[in-house]
Structure formats: C-alpha cells, structure tokens
Design a protein around this ligand. Structure first.
Ligand SMILES: Cc1cc2nc3c(=O)[nH]c(=O)nc-3n(C[C@H](O)[C@H](O)[C@H](O)COP(=O)(O)O)c2cc1C
Length: 210
C-alpha cells in the first residue's frame, strides 16, 4: 500500500483529544504553510485561518460548537474563514501581487484582471459567498491530508454556530466570517473511535470508469 493511503487509513475524525499533548511549533507551522499553499479558484485565496491556542478561548467555544469537547481538549483550534466581500480592489491587489512576484508585464495580466473584476461585479453577493465557502472546504481537505501525512490528529467540524464564533472572535473587525472549524492535536489513548473500521462506499461503487 502506498504511504499516502496508509496515512489516510490512519487518520480519523478524532472525538477525544489528549489535552496534555500540544502540537510542536514545527507541525503547526506546516499546517499554516499548507493552508497558504491551498489551491483556490483563480488563485484569489479569499481565506484566512484563525489559530487558537489559548485554553480559555477554546473552552468558551465548546458551547458554540454543539458542546463538542474536541475544541476544548485539542491542542489548537483552527477556524477557517472567508472574506466578508471580494470587490474590485481585492482583485486588483491580487494581480498587483502576481505582477510583483512573477514580474509579469501588466499588458499580459490586464485582460484577465478586467475579466475577473467585471465578472465578480456582476455576480450576486450570495453566489460569491457560496464560491468563497467552497474555497474554505478545499483548504479543509488539504489540511486533513497534510495532518494525515504529519500524523497530526484532527477533527473537521461543521457542527458549530458560525454567527456565535464570528461575534466571540470579533471576526467582523477583520472583515471575516467563519465557515469551518478544525480541532488539531493528538488523540487520547482511550478514544474508541480510533479503532473503528472505516465505513466507505468502496472504490467500485464510487468510481465509474468509461
Ligand atoms: C465538512 C465536515 C464536517 C464535519 N463535521 C463534524 C463535526 O461537527 N463533528 C464531528 O465529530 N465530526 C465531523 N466530521 C467528521 C465526519 O463525520 C467524518 O469525517 C466521517 O464520518 C468519516 O469518518 P473518518 O473521518 O473518521 O474516516 C465532519 C467531516 C467533514 C468532512
């Protein structure tokens, strides 16, 4: 079996973390870089990651997370956020960065930049919101795989109240909205979920070859 499949079988949505074990700074750094390296549509990266390590903050989040105790016991809680809005100045600053990093002449970038500015200005805000949320899910998938490779235990969490998180973490001030939560750290030795067999539809059921 390939290493990556072995690690994907090793990982599971951790229900009980060992609250005494903290992620090493190097591992946390890997997760931050992996988040930043996530591929996004058009490369616009409408995402930010809040990394919570303060015990008191983690404890306060339990009641906003359907009482899921992973957010209290995990080493760190990651909150995947999207920008409140993507406007023309956001898009233009992205292209400015492309120009700086790659030294691409603006004549080459300009048509695509104009296309994106126009197409985003025509889209209803709800559509942009959904598009941004999809990018957050991509980042979650990327982080889950990286966690598996790095032997970091993780629980992806959709079961939380985004509005309560936004208010408690004062995300509005940063122009952000929370979309997903991920608890990361190390599994407790007695987490019975660690030994459960994976339930999946099976490769023959989910792959159609033509
Ligand atoms: C987007 C997403 C949201 C999830 N939300 C929760 C959650 O709120 N609480 C939880 O315990 N597990 C949550 N899970 C974990 C899934 O239930 C779990 O990944 C699935 O049952 C497959 O099991 P495995 O990851 O252990 O292989 C979530 C998973 C994903 C991908």
């Amino acid at each position: 079996m390939s290493d990556i499949l072995k690690q994907l079988k090793w990982r599971y949505a951790t229900k009980k973390f060992d609250s005494t074990r903290k992620l090493e700074a190097k591992k946390l750094d890997t997760l931050k870089h992996a988040f930043n390296l996530t591929a996004t549509s058009y490369g616009l990266q409408p995402l930010k990651l809040i990394v919570i390590s303060e015990q008191e903050t983690k404890e306060s989040l339990v009641s906003h997370t359907m009482n899921q105790e992973q957010v209290r016991d995990a080493s760190h809680v990651l909150v995947l956020c999207v920008e409140e809005k993507i406007d023309s100045s956001y898009i233009r600053s992205y292209f400015k960065k492309v120009q700086e990093v790659r030294d691409t002449p603006s004549e080459i970038l300009h048509p695509f930049e104009s296309f994106l500015v126009e197409s985003f200005s025509e889209k209803p805000s709800e559509e942009i919101k959904i598009w941004m949320e999809k990018q957050a899910y991509l980042a979650l998938g990327n982080l889950l795989t990286v966690c598996a490779m790095e032997e970091i235990d993780a629980c992806p969490i959709e079961g939380f109240e985004p509005k309560k998180y936004d208010a408690f973490l004062e995300l509005e001030k940063e122009g952000l909205r929370s979309v997903l939560v991920m608890a990361v750290g190390y599994r407790a030795e007695d987490d019975m979920f660690a030994s459960l067999k994976k339930v999946r539809r099976g490769v023959d059921s989910v792959v159609i070859e033509r």
